[in-house]
Design a binder for this molecule. Sequence first.
Ligand code: NIG
Ligand code: FE
Length: 425
Amino acid sequence: MIERTIFIENAEQLITLKGLSGKPATFEKMSSLSVIESGAILIENGIIVDVGTTEDLRHKYSSKIEEAECIDASGKIVLPGFVDPHTHIVYKGSRENEFNMRLNGATYMEIMNAGGGIHSTTSKTREATEEELFTESMNRLNKFLLHGVTTIEAKSGYGMDWDTEYKQLKVAKRLNEEHPIDVVSTFMGAHAVPKEYKEKPDVYVELVINEMLPKVAAEKLAEFNDVFCERGVFTPEQTRLILEAGKKYGLIAKIHADEIEPYEGAELAAEVGAISADHLLKASENGIKAMAEKGVVGVLLPGTAFFLMTEAANGRKMIDLGLPVAISTDCNPGSSPTVSTHLIMNLACLHMGLTPAEVITAATINAAHAINRANEVGSLEVGKKADILIANVPNYMQLQYHFGMNHTDTVIKAGEIVVQGGVRC
Ligand code: NIG
Ligand code: FE
């Protein structure tokens, strides 16, 4: 946060998403963008001071504006900086060889069960020094910023031994301290059963519960606790044990649920009171309804279905059933090696049936709800953090209409201009 007054004015559309901070948006509220035409926003010391029409704010704050740094957003839209609520950005290496194998007919789970996939990135991440991991993850974070992302969640889970999980969590903490993007940490020791425990998965579950979770909590290394609940990975029973144990340490539950096969992950998310359940490609209608009833956010990952060449989650139906939906890149080296929030939004429209307005809600305020940050970010309202994206399009529909493009012009993070004209300041 810096001491500076910024006045953004003349926005063709100022997309505020007002009034959605209390609980995640559902049904028609997902289209309630509260757009102000010829919009303006006044920022002081990193915080939003007022939001309105350019005419009103110029009148109300004429002397302050004389001293302020003014940004003319004519021809552009202004919206909250994007929140990415599900990433695995702290990892080493890449897996283009597996991409090639999949294009030659192998499946994601076959590759993983043969010792590749998550295990392959785990080996490389175990070998990497903390510095190497930091540098590689920092590069990814820089690219996210250029796409207008101002808050990101980052999971551990490429260690599956304490030393490496610790190393990943420390890197996430350093990224949060040293990079403008806010990095929110999730412990995911239960990302897979490590090779050493292949024949005794319950012993690994005990290790996560009795040794790793207490250490994560003692050093406050994470806010969330996530499990890959999938046939051949962790069962719903094991997932329940790990998430309930985490809750005792104050860690909020998340689940990678029903991604490859129906496995009652959505039902479990509702039962344990998870803040979100993510993926949900194969979630049952009852599971979605149970989540909706409990206000569990469904985090949909259109890039993952696209890259794994599978049918996307039915986002349209989920919204129509009352589920609050968020979207995310799922940035990771195996199933979604991308940082393009813009492409993810395009895919949410084109492959999941969300409308352009719903997609914006899913990438901002509902994404903030999925990581417990809706009181701070995700909408442009008085008192919130000045995390703002100015996009180079005259209306929000063009964000999705011109697909596969990065429309970022300016990014303001906590009142500081960090990207201008699409390049890092
Ligand atoms: O969210 N599904 C499990 N975890 C990641 C993929 C991790 C990997 O393949 O490296 C996901 O898609
Ligand atoms: Fe994931």
